[in-house]
Design a binder for this molecule. Structure first.
Ligand code: PMP
Length: 318
């Protein structure tokens, strides 16, 4: 769909995947006016294709647009566009349990501009791609994380709470270096005190001690993950004591278990975390943590309609 100041958003249309054409003066190419979302459509046990909590992505997309001085895509138009994209790509949805159709909504300042300012025109588009497990080794293999000591992902008052494309460029150097050193991903600490966990490059983080689960609070520096929010609700419904509360890296190194959550990673058990050369091993090599496993199976049972959708999270497409 296209936005102009005169007409607002048009109805949009389905087009085959292919190149987009913009002027070199497009705002997004020069000043980075771009936000995105990440969602999944999956085949369910009821023999239909479903998406998970699209209203949450629509709301985050809207909040992100406001933070980036972009015209918001109306939430119902966003959800309709998601459903239409999936409906047009049903042939590419993998069989249940074999992966999902990843959806990537984008909102881009495509209008031309020279001096710094918001674009005079916008494009909202969604592309789709069939995907399997996010981390090498498959879904239930625990991942090794390293705590980043030099760089921060987001600063207080910055864009960390927004799914802005520009948030991800600072992550490339650290992520590549971590991978070269045998780690799956990087944990970021807060920019003010270098003490408290923020999140991982593409997922939120949870720390378990006994029946208590903690996850860093939303203070504008971390992404309000849809999976994060869902796991908080699920864990509470399972009787865990869940706190959105600052977790120091030292506390995390003493935890029983650590896991990460996100649309792409679902729930990933953290096998080990390395901080200043000290390695804390949480699980036996190759074995996922108990709470991570419980949360993973609870969440995916709902997402694929094997379990009752008691929270009303699943939206059918066909
Ligand atoms: N943090 C970051 C930085 C992310 O990119 C993502 C993925 N969108 C998440 C957390 C997890 O968010 P969600 O559960 O909505 O996918």
């Amino acid at each position: 769909a296209e936005w102009t100041p005169e007409k607002g958003w048009d109805a949009g249309k389905l087009v085959p995947y292919g190149p987009m054409s913009v002027m070199p003066s497009a705002q997004v190419l020069n000043y980075g006016q771009a936000i995105f979302e990440g969602m999944k459509a999956q085949e369910s046990a009821k023999g239909r294709v479903v998406v998970f909590r699209p209203d949450q992505n629509a709301a985050r997309f809207k909040a992100g647009a406001a933070r980036m001085s972009m015209p918001a895509v109306p939430e119902d138009q966003f959800v309709e566009a998601v459903k239409n994209t999936v409906a047009a790509n049903l042939d590419y949805v993998p069989p249940m349990g074999k992966g999902s159709l990843y959806l990537r909504p984008l909102l881009l300042g495509t209008g031309p501009i020279l001096g710094l300012g918001p674009a005079p025109g916008y494009t909202f588009t969604i592309f789709a791609a069939a995907v399997g497990a996010y981390f090498k080794g498959g879904q239930l293999t625990p991942i090794d994380l390293i705590v980043e000591e030099r760089f921060h992902r987001a600063a207080p008052g910055g864009m960390g709470g927004t799914k802005a494309a520009g948030n991800y460029s600072p992550v490339l150097v650290t992520q590549l270096e971590a991978k070269k050193n045998g780690f799956a991903d990087v944990v970021y600490l807060d920019a003010k005190t270098d003490t408290y966990l923020e999140e991982v490059s593409s997922c939120n983080i949870f720390v378990v001690k006994g029946r208590t689960i903690k996850t860093p609070p939303l203070q504008g520096t971390i992404l309000p993950g849809v999976t994060r929010r869902s796991i908080i609700e699920l864990a509470r419904s399972r009787g865990y004591d869940v706190h959105e509360e600052a977790v120091s890296v030292h506390e995390a190194m003493e935890a029983d278990e650590v896991f990460t959550t996100g649309t792409a990673v679902v729930v990933s058990s953290v096998g080990s975390m390395t901080y200043r050369g000290n390695r804390k091993q949480y699980t036996a090599p190759g074995q996922a943590g108990q709470v991570a496993l419980e949360m993973y199976s609870n969440l995916t049972d709902i997402q694929t309609e094997r379990a009752d959708d008691k929270f009303g999270w699943v939206v059918p497409v066909n």
